[in-house]
Design a protein around this ligand. Structure first.
Ligand code: HEC
Length: 157
């Protein structure tokens, strides 16, 4: 009887000890899982932002038609994607301010992030005026402009 009681007590004690230990050990593990999950969420958010930006650039605004040199068939060169170069279209109307170069926009587009967002959302460039034609005056939402910027930044140059 006494032995049995002692054994019970011992079992309880060691069980408690184990639980305490387990609770303690699982703290950092839980924090790690949470941290990894957060990183994954942020990664996924960035990834979908970049994908959205790619869709706007390639599927809607077609930035590459001007900002990428063309091959002999007139198609934008994938190897020089959004790297800029001499302007490739002629005006069909008298346009004294027609630009002569399209800047590289892959990697880091000209100006600050804020200036880029302003350009995409209002059509006004860092000069305080619209860029020269044929750069179109875009009126994107801020979310779309941020997605475009995320995509451009994701490209190496
Ligand atoms: C129809 C041709 C055309 C298209 C399409 C076009 N661009 Fe441009 N872009 C230009 C030209 C030309 C310039 C140079 C304008 C100048 O020199 O004032 C320019 C300039 C810029 C600049 C530099 C502005 C500055 O502050 O110097 C950025 C950034 C830019 N474009 C981004 C884009 C993005 C992003 C897209 C697609 C969403 C796009 N462009 C689509 C022709 C185009």
């Amino acid at each position: 009887m006494i032995i049995q009681g002692l054994m019970n007590k011992l079992t309880r004690l060691s069980l408690m000890g184990f639980l305490l230990f387990a609770a303690d050990a699982s703290q950092p593990a839980k924090a790690q899982v949470k941290e990894a999950k957060k990183r994954e969420d942020t990664g996924m958010r960035n990834q979908s932002l970049i994908e959205r930006g790619r869709y706007i650039v390639e599927g809607v605004a077609m930035c590459e038609r001007c900002h990428t040199p063309r091959d002999e068939h007139g198609n934008p060169e994938r190897t020089n994607w959004l790297q800029g170069g001499p302007v490739q279209t002629e005006p069909t109307y008298p346009a004294p301010t027609w630009a002569t170069r399209e800047p590289r926009i892959a990697g880091t587009p000209p100006g600050t992030d804020a200036e880029f967002i302003t350009l995409m959302t209002t059509g006004i460039s860092r000069t305080g005026r619209p860029p020269n034609p044929p750069m179109p005056p875009f009126r994107m939402t801020r979310a779309d402009a941020e997605a475009v910027l995320a995509y451009l930044k994701s490209l190496h140059h």
